[in-house]
Design a protein around this ligand. Structure first.
Ligand SMILES: NC(=O)c1ccc[n+]([C@@H]2O[C@H](COP(=O)([O-])OP(=O)(O)OC[C@H]3O[C@@H](n4cnc5c(N)ncnc54)[C@H](OP(=O)(O)O)[C@@H]3O)[C@@H](O)[C@H]2O)c1
Length: 426
């Protein structure tokens, strides 16, 4: 008994010596946050950056441009990687594992693109790899999906995972800024990635979704295999239609367990009803709605970007290392693994400049069309596979926005509905 208590005591006093890669928005935020958290007993021994000439708000002797100074230091037992370049980040993280160090990272692009190898490295070395900041920054969604939600009970997840596009949409629709003004403001406030196309065209969101699918359902999929788009095609006319129908437009990431046990997952712009939890998520905030058996819906809300909010998740991961916390990937290793499926239908709104850009024959049925205005639109039901296999819906200025409850999988209801529309002459 005495021994057990001693052991517990020991764990609490584990000292963490950190080698930090990156001193930008997140790295500097973490440095300041750690200074205000003395109880953590974690110290930054060395910081590796890229450009030695920049002025830094920390003692000069902490900095180096030589990554090996950190990676080869036996005293450093934790590498925190918060740089903005994906391939060097992967190199740093892999070497850190092989040198027996725990790793904390916020680099979603790197993680999403290298998930299989990162899983292998964790198995091979037995070291922890924590990345809470990589998805929804300050919201502890990864740890919750890992620890709380059992695979069988998790019906669906839908989320706003990109603070920058959500900020832009909010500023466009509520403050009437135009797209470039809203983007500039997001960049000035530190919410946007250095390369804005990563946010605007949906790459950042699908990278985060790839990571969350692993922790939610044990699905390991390359982000390139998940259907996604950003907000680059959304037009003012779409906003007017949304307003008329009492909807907001949001970039929504979704995963839903289908009747056949497979999972539908995608990241696309969507009409969101005003009473939907996600409608409440504005500016740079993120939100995640989890639907599970018995608990029904739960809503997580918080800052999805920015210096301190992101640093807070990194800090929490560092703190978790004091008691040797690691993701067990229960859904991947201890359950029947789920597969992605594209075999379902989606209800969607499409606006376009000319009918010739829209393959009407691919729609199962069309419920509404408006051809009189300069900008035309229709609302109809498409096989999801059509979005996976074709690009017409993101080319030629065409804008596709999903309906509020987009997934349709009940084939019988679908057939009946189609038949009734045919009988009505539509
Ligand atoms: N900003 C956010 O709100 C946020 C939220 C969640 C996740 N993230 C992720 O966190 C990571 C960092 O983002 P950030 O916004 O802090 O980026 P940032 O402000 O652009 O800073 C990047 C830092 O990385 C350093 N760096 C770049 N390449 C390097 C290399 N090869 N070796 C060593 N250092 C290198 C840079 O050095 P110099 O200072 O010398 O240029 C800089 O200090 C990214 O992966 C990002 O996706 C960011």
């Amino acid at each position: 008994m005495g021994k057990a208590i001693n052991n517990i005591g020991k764990h609490h006093h584990k000292t963490l010596v950190i080698g930090l890669f990156g001193f930008g928005v997140v790295g500097e935020g973490l440095y300041k946050a750690l200074q205000q958290t003395p109880s953590l007993k974690a110290t930054i021994k060395k910081i590796c950056i890229k450009h030695p000439g920049k002025k830094r708000n920390a003692p000069e002797e902490l900095f180096t441009t030589d990554k090996d100074v950190l990676l080869n230091d036996p005293e450093i037992n934790v590498i925190v990687e918060v740089i903005n370049e994906s391939e060097p980040a992967f190199d740093i993280v892999s070497t850190a594992f092989l040198h027996g160090k725990h790793v904390v990272s916020a680099s979603k692009k790197m993680i999403a693109e290298h998930l299989p190898r990162l899983l292998e490295l964790q198995k091979q070395t037995g070291k922890s790899f924590l990345c809470e900041a990589a998805a929804c920054a300050s919201i502890p969604v990864i740890r919750n999906l890992e620890e709380y939600y059992d695979n069988d009970l998790l019906h669906s997840l839908k989320a706003i995972v990109n603070g920058s596009t959500n900020f832009i949409l909010t500023k466009m629709f509520e403050d009437k800024l135009n797209f470039s003004e809203a983007l500039l403001l997001a960049q000035q406030l530190g919410f946007a990635e250095s390369d804005p196309s990563l946010d605007v065209e949906g790459y950042d969101a699908v990278n985060k979704w790839t990571i969350l699918l692993t922790h939610a359902y044990g699905i390991i999929e390359h982000p390139g295999n998940i259907v996604f788009n950003g907000i680059q095609n959304i037009q003012l006319s779409d906003a007017l239609v949304a307003k008329e129908k009492h909807f907001d437009i949001k970039l929504v990431a979704q995963a839903k367990k289908l009747i056949n046990g497979k999972v539908a997952a995608f990241v696309l712009p969507q009409f969101v009803k005003h009473d939907d939890h996600l409608s409440f998520v504005k500016n740079e905030y993120n939100g995640v709605v989890i639907e599970s058996s018995f608990a029904d819906k739960q809503f997580f809300y918080g800052k999805g970007a920015g210096s301190f909010p992101t640093a807070s998740a990194v800090l929490s991961d560092i703190s978790a290392l004091r008691y040797d916390y690691r993701y067990e990937y229960k859904k991947l290793y201890h359950h029947t693994v789920h597969e992605l499926s594209n075999d379902f239908y989606v209800k969607t709104y499409v606006s376009f400049d000319d009918w010739k850009f829209v393959p009407r024959e691919r729609f199962e049925w069309i419920e509404e069309w408006h051809a009189e205005a300069e900008r035309k639109y229709l609302v109809g039901v498409l096989p999801f596979n059509d979005l996976k296999e074709n690009n017409w819906w993101r080319e030629n200025n065409t804008s596709l926005i999903l309906a509020p409850e987009p997934v349709i999988e009940d084939v019988e209801i679908r057939k009946l509905k189609k038949k009734s529309l045919e009988l009505a002459g539509v």
